[in-house]
Design a protein around this ligand. Structure first.
Ligand code: GLN
Length: 537
């Protein structure tokens, strides 16, 4: 019998529900359990693809081209669970499906209602998302008490009832705030949140309490008493610097053994070595480097979450701590660039949309090219590398992308052929995994050690092949292209320790246990570059 774990959140959002879900998945995998992870989001957007990163953080893209919640990134980084578009759905998507069925006549004669039609559709989606798993972990976005999440909570209540209570587990992640004036951790918000959940017919089996300080035995006892569960089902999640510590922190409290016991699962003992070695590499590094991330959405760390994580992963095999300095691209002018960039050992220009901060990023690329600082361009970053090259090496002063100036004389980056007809913005970019052929004797080929790789895309614009010969003649090599040779996927410049841009998002495939080769090589180049700097000084 397939088992289910439903994870809800209480008190406030952003308390690490996604990391908790991912860590539980990781721990079950260490016991040989096949898992899947799904996020249900209660907002009306069909997917987060149309939302600003300032609002919602990054958009995580799956191999099959779904634009999903960033929690799917945590799921991918922490586990090997297969992830596809079924693993992220929203209220908007559920209503879209139900309304399409209604228009088709599937419910002829009936009144279509939240219960049972919306809740049935949610249950149906959960079943599809869970295919092939021994244990399916389903996270409900938002906070208990929100109007929007009610149909999801009702659906999971029914779902647990349908499959029999012993086959489903409810875990509620809440906040236990520390009140300075009283110098005390306060349990009242958790009590209220659980009360709310119970009023909807859900009794949580476990609580995970996010707290600044460790919770005493008394506090756990009090929470257990008021929330109607046993004390050894109250777990804590203390603030940590390194999220990859979480599986071990939960294991030390016995969370995974309590889960398997509660679900009646027979599993092997957990094999924790890979997690322990990640922790030791991250927490006792032999080296340290500083990488600048020159972006537009720098105030919101989650906007570049996968890039941050992939950079950190890149340092793990080298025992290298990667300090990431976020720099607002708009601040980088010809006058200020030296002060912002001179102490960096590597630079990343991440993906993005719109023209804000573009000139600052182009200034950065020139600086890195001339000063031979390792630089990695991701999607928009690659596009800007080619624009910078066109302006400063080929002498095409007004070179730009049609995204910023649709009438430019030198559209180095232009709209993809199939994008001209796009009327509805949602889900209409080049999305998902595509093959990329790597040219022999290039940095890209050395990095991957393969002829063909598969990488994930999310963009509307591409390199304009009219300029390809001119670029190659002047040394900017196309080292990766689509199998038909029409789309430029990777560019690189050889007279440089690491000057490489890719049209895809390698950060979406990196794991701490398997760093993405591009990030690993980039960090290696940055480390070598920094050591060379030291021996020269
Ligand atoms: N805005 C660019 C495009 O649409 C780049 C997108 C990105 O960086 N993901 O092509």
């Amino acid at each position: 019998m397939q088992k289910y774990i439903f994870i809800t959140g209480g008190v406030v959002s952003s308390i690490g529900k996604g990391i908790a879900a991912a860590s539980i998945g990781a721990l079950l995998e260490t016991r040989g359990v096949k898992i899947r992870l799904t996020k249900m989001d209660p907002y009306i957007n069909v997917d987060p693809g149309t939302m600003s990163p300032f609002q919602h953080g990054e958009v995580f893209v799956t191999d099959d081209g779904a634009e999903t919640d960033l929690d799917l990134g945590h799921y991918q980084r922490f586990t090997k669970a297969p992830i596809n578009r079924s693993n992220s759905f929203t209220t908007g998507q559920i209503y879209d499906t139900v309304i399409t069925k209604e228009r088709r006549g599937d419910f002829l004669g009936g009144t279509v209602q939240v219960i049972p039609h919306i809740t049935d559709q949610i249950k149906q989606n959960i079943l599809i998302a869970s295919e092939g798993a021994d244990v399916s972990i389903v996270e409900i976005g938002g906070t208990v008490g929100d109007i929007e999440s009610l149909p999801f909570l009702e659906a999971i209540r029914q779902f647990a009832n349908d499959i029999g209570k012993g086959n489903a587990l409810f875990i509620h992640v809440t906040l236990v705030p520390f009140i300075k004036a009283a110098s005390e951790l306060k349990t009242k918000p958790t009590q209220h949140s659980v009360k709310e959940l119970r009023s909807l017919g859900i009794q949580p089996n476990f609580l995970i309490c996010r707290a600044e300080n460790p919770m005493s035995s008394d506090i756990k006892e009090k929470i257990a008493l008021f929330c109607n569960l046993s004390k050894d089902h109250v777990f804590e999640s203390i603030d940590v610097d390194n999220v990859y510590r979480m599986p071990i922190i939960y294991n030390q409290q016995g969370l995974d053994s309590a889960i398997v016991k509660c679900l009646g699962l027979e599993t092997a003992e957990p094999v924790l070595d890979p997690w322990l070695s990640i922790i030791s590499s991250l927490e006792k590094p032999k080296h340290k480097i500083r990488i600048g991330l020159i972006g537009k959405y720098t105030e919101v760390k989650d906007s570049y979450r996968s890039v941050f994580e992939a950079l950190i992963h890149g340092g793990i095999p080298l025992s290298c701590h990667v300090e990431i300095i976020s720099i607002d691209a708009e601040k980088i002018t010809l006058d200020s660039q030296e002060s912002y960039l001179k102490d960096l050992q590597g630079i990343v220009i991440p993906g993005g949309f719109g023209d804000r901060g573009i000139e600052g990023k182009i200034n950065t690329i020139s600086y890195a090219r001339e000063h031979k600082i390792p630089i990695l361009g991701l999607c928009l970053g690659m596009q800007l590398m080619t624009i910078e090259f066109a302006r400063n090496v080929l002498g095409l002063k007004d070179a730009t992308s049609q995204e910023f100036d649709s009438h430019t004389l030198h559209p180095i980056i232009h709209l993809m052929e199939n994008q001209h007809a796009v009327k509805y913005k949602g889900g209409s970019m080049r999305l998902g995994q595509y093959a990329c052929h790597l040219a022999q004797n290039t940095l890209a080929h050395t990095v991957y050690g393969k002829d063909i790789v598969w990488e994930r895309h999310r963009h509307r614009y591409e390199f304009n092949n009219d300029y390809r010969d001119q670029f190659e003649k002047h040394g900017l090599k196309v080292s990766g292209e689509s199998p038909d040779g029409h789309l430029v996927e990777i560019v690189e410049w050889k007279d440089h320790p690491f000057f490489l841009g890719c049209q895809f998002h390698p950060e979406l495939k990196s794991r701490p246990t398997e760093p993405h080769p591009l990030f690993e090589y980039f960090i290696k180049s940055a480390l070598q570059w920094s050591l060379r700097g030291e021996s020269n000084s």
